[in-house]
Design a protein around this ligand. Structure first.
Ligand code: NAD
Ligand code: UD1
Length: 339
């Protein structure tokens, strides 16, 4: 298939592009580089051995989006493009609603106009809200606690409504748990701008000497060691989930399919820290501080539906995730180069 990957220069998109090409797909990318560097594209081309057409524009630009669909043959779309920082979304709610909803509107309109009806959307476990029991299942009610999370709840609903109106659409809502790790080459990885919000990028920067110590947000949760528990999934396993979802859309009768992409295993902050220490080969400095507002004690997936319906299972261990994250960070201490 010829697959348009929106946000294909970003963290999860870039890893997915590699696996799409390996699976025999033709890939084109749209990215406005608001949270990515052009250097990633050269690295993707050297790993895949193919030239990747990149269209650098903002998907909210409906004319450019329409122009792209009018001039390129496209069979399916994987829609990663969006803003993703929870704290920033609370400071700039309008920017988040405008970007994450606006990009989806112009994309889906252009797809409908050109009769392209296969869409894979990047949703998040954040749609399970604050009080969901674990493991989390796809049929749980959805809600959110911040504007970023609401954009995911809303886009899911918008896409369900599109599928009701136009039942020939085939839409996958993929709810990611906590993606971490990097491509095993160490040349593609996560490159957050500014101070990392997420655990593994923060530990990586402590390990490489860019940050003094990890601050652990709370050790008084009702979890085995008191620190919060999450379902960390290797970005390579996550990328494989997209390739599997795309294949499944070609054969399913369901207009909308919702799949959790997680391992089903919860790991605590200390579990992650210790796995990272094993990857680095020495202890890392940390301090336990108060809980972070908005955090929940435990989040992990029931991945049974994706295992069964997609024939997909996450296989990589936490040690593997940390080893690959460390290879990326140690080879690229400052992330991707600017030029
Ligand atoms: P990322 O920021 O690395 O990638 C997103 C890409 O989209 C970036 O390259 C950015 O430049 C681009 N982009 C943003 N707005 C755009 C627009 N209007 N037009 C064109 N390009 C635009 O993020 P990621 O971690 O790769 O996440 C990809 C998707 O998965 C996002 O939708 C995110 O919300 C979702 N998600 C991520 C996580 C996570 O932990 N990383 C978890 C759950 C869901
Ligand atoms: C966060 C977002 C979530 C988003 C996900 C992926 C919040 C409240 N949630 O999830 O909506 O989908 O990222 O982008 O921001 N931790 C520390 N010290 C740190 C960083 C994190 O102790 O410096 C802890 C956190 O308290 C949490 C765990 O590590 O218990 C994982 O944190 P993080 O990587 O930010 O992911 P989530 O909070 O699960």
């Amino acid at each position: 298939m010829r697959v348009l990957v929106t946000g294909g220069a970003g963290y999860i998109g870039s890893h997915t592009v590699i696996q799409l090409v390996a699976a025999g797909h033709d890939v084109l990318i749209v990215d406005n580089f608001s949270n990515a560097k052009p250097a990633v594209v050269h690295r993707l081309e050297s790993i895949t051995g193919v030239k990747l057409p990149v269209h650098a524009f903002d998907l909210r630009d409906a004319d450019r989006t329409e122009h792209l669909f009018a001039h390129e043959q496209i069979d399916a779309v994987i829609h990663f493009a969006g803003l993703k920082a929870v704290g920033e979304s609370m400071e700039q709610p309008l920017a988040y609603y405008e970007n994450n909803l606006g990009s989806t509107f112009s994309l889906v309109r252009a797809m409908a106009r050109h009769d392209i009806t296969k869409l894979v959307f990047s949703s998040s476990a954040t749609v399970y809200g604050h009080n969901a029991p674990v493991p989390m299942k796809e049929d749980f009610p959805t809600s959110a606690t911040n504007p970023y999370g609401w954009t995911k709840v809303m886009v899911e609903q918008i896409l369900r409504d599109v599928a009701v109106a136009q039942p020939r659409w085939r839409i996958a809502l993929l709810r990611y748990f906590n993606p971490v790790g990097a491509h095993p080459s160490g040349t593609i990885g996560e490159d957050p701008s500014g101070i990392p919000n997420n655990l593994v990028p923060y530990i990586s920067q402590v390990a490489v000497g860019r940050r003094e110590k990890l601050r652990i947000f709370g050790d008084d949760y009702s979890t085995p060691d008191g620190t919060a528990v999450r379902d960390y999934i290797h970005v390579e396993d996550l990328a494989a989930g997209h390739v599997a979802a795309l294949a499944r859309l070609a054969s399913t009768d369901r207009a909308v399919s919702t799949w959790n992409l997680g391992t089903g295993t919860g790991s605590s902050v200390f579990d992650v820290l210790h796995a990272f220490e094993r990857a680095v080969g020495h202890d890392l400095p940390y301090e336990v501080v108060g809980r972070r507002a908005g955090d929940i004690a435990a989040s992990y997936a029931d991945p049974g539906r994706a295992n069964e319906q997609l024939g997909w299972t996450a296989t990589r261990s936490l040690d593997n995730m940390c080893a690959d994250a460390w290879r990326w960070q140690s080879q690229n201490p400052d992330g991707y180069p600017d030029a």
